[in-house]
Ligand binder design. Structure first.
Ligand SMILES: CC(C)(COP(=O)(O)OP(=O)(O)OC[C@H]1O[C@@H](n2cnc3c(N)ncnc32)[C@H](O)[C@@H]1OP(=O)(O)O)[C@@H](O)C(=O)NCCC(=O)NCCS
Length: 381
């Protein structure tokens, strides 16, 4: 018997559940984020990237032996070959996120990664892990134009990333701040980039193509691209006293304030709260301005939304999101703003890879419907 269901029309697929995942759960009403059964904020404050990566990869936290073996594997896979370093150098010109996308795609192609359908799953999973492990070295070559400096074999993923960007061993506070950020942003349900990666993988495509599709979505400021513009905004505001007037002018001009609003969170983004604490601990030169701007923006957005509600328009709660406090924490750690989106890639590539693994283990081609809104059919004659 054929069953038919009435299609649901949801612009932007808002409110639609498109796949199941064991990786993360975003509770937008209560402002909670869970990674594989653990509170993501607790993990970010108490664990290393490799521990959380192992958790997403295997479904449980590692014991000491498992962690040592996983760390060593990621470190080894994170060393590009001489030929790959040459390739990275040849493609590093231009905007860093675009360079990251091109390099990743070129490496996967040079390694001969093939469509995953009908292939040995373990082999495809190894390709995913290999690409993810390479991310810090890719960012380092994009930033410096040089062969990655040799780091101690026991350095962690976050330390290697920051070392590559700063050009020296990072101090513990900066490493810790960046590690917290990288863990918090490792995965986040079916966000735009993860969805793009899963859609691409659902066709049986090679994993290089699927990850490249995910990276492509980050070039817009609505997903992952806001931290750089947040710093531009702080620069433009300049002083805490100027915040109120600046924000009012933006809203009057119907412009969006970067680092605020979220598709899923209706309360404070828990990642923003943690990174605010990180930024306060760093106590860098931006902190007073950032706190003042956050306060003014929240008050102005609230007033703006109340006014809209009074006019009978539908509204949603607009709170600070992860990208506002990412900007401050990463700047205080010494990372230049043009690298923020590619830094995000070094964390989210782990989530993308794990989602792609899930996709290929229980694959169903993504193929939603569209509602035809064109003219009615005319006779050609
Ligand atoms: C993230 C974002 C795209 C989520 O949007 P969404 O939940 O899909 O909501 P919409 O884009 O449909 O916007 C809904 C309304 O809220 C307003 N709005 C949303 N975010 C806003 C912001 N940051 N500043 C001002 N107004 C905002 C929109 O203008 C829109 O108003 P309208 O109904 O009068 O047109 C949106 O909040 C945004 O653009 N934020 C700024 C960019 C940013 O920080 N990105 C990083 C996200 S982690």
């Amino acid at each position: 018997m054929t069953t038919t269901t009435t299609p649901v029309f949801a612009t932007g697929l808002e409110g639609v559940i498109a796949c199941a995942t064991r990786l993360s759960d975003v509770d937008g009403i209560n402002g909670k984020l869970v990674f594989a059964g653990f509170n993501a904020v607790d993990l970010a404050e108490q664990k290393t990237i490799e521990e959380v990566w192992f958790l997403l990869h295997n479904g449980h936290l590692p014991d000491a032996g498992e962690l040592a073996a996983f760390k060593a594997k990621v470190e080894l896979l994170g060393r590009p070959s001489t030929k790959e370093i040459r390739l990275m150098k040849s493609l590093r010109a231009g905007e860093p996120l675009s360079a990251f996308r091109s390099i990743l795609s070129a490496i996967a192609s040079n390694r001969g990664y093939k469509p995953w359908l009908n292939r040995d799953v373990a082999e495809v999973e190894h390709e995913l892990l290999s690409l993810s492990a390479l991310a810090p070295a890719i960012v380092e070559v994009i930033h410096t134009g040089r062969t990655p400096v040799k780091k101690p074999a026991n350095s962690g993923y976050a330390e290697r990333y920051l070392w590559g960007v700063l050009g020296h061993k990072p101090d513990d506070a900066a490493r810790q701040a960046v590690e917290t950020y990288l863990i918090l942003t490792m995965d986040h349900g079916l966000n735009a980039s993860t969805f793009a990666g899963r859609v691409c993988a659902s066709t049986g495509a090679d994993v290089g193509a699927a990850i490249t599709a995910a990276v492509g979505t980050l070039s817009g400021p609505l997903h992952g691209g806001a931290p750089g513009p947040v710093l531009d905004m702080l620069d433009a505001i300049g002083t805490p006293e100027a915040a109120k007037g600046w924000v009012a002018a933006q809203l009057a001009g119907k412009r969006r304030i970067m680092g605020f609003g979220h598709r899923v969170y209706r309360t404070e983004d828990p990642r923003a709260r943690t990174l605010r604490k990180v930024s306060e601990r760093q106590n860098g030169p931006r902190i007073a301005l950032a706190l003042a701007v956050e306060k003014e923006v929240l008050a102005a957005l609230d007033a703006h939304q109340q006014k809209k509600a009074g006019e009978g328009k539908s509204i949603r709660a607009l709170r600070v999101n992860v990208e506002f406090w990412t900007a401050v924490a990463l700047e205080h750690a010494g990372i230049p703003r043009q690298l923020y989106s590619s830094t995000f890639c070094t964390s989210r590539i782990i989530g993308w890879s794990e989602h792609i693994r899930e996709q290929l283990k229980d694959n169903k081609l993504f193929r939603p419907l569209s509602h035809y809104s064109g003219p009615s059919v005319s006779d050609l004659s």
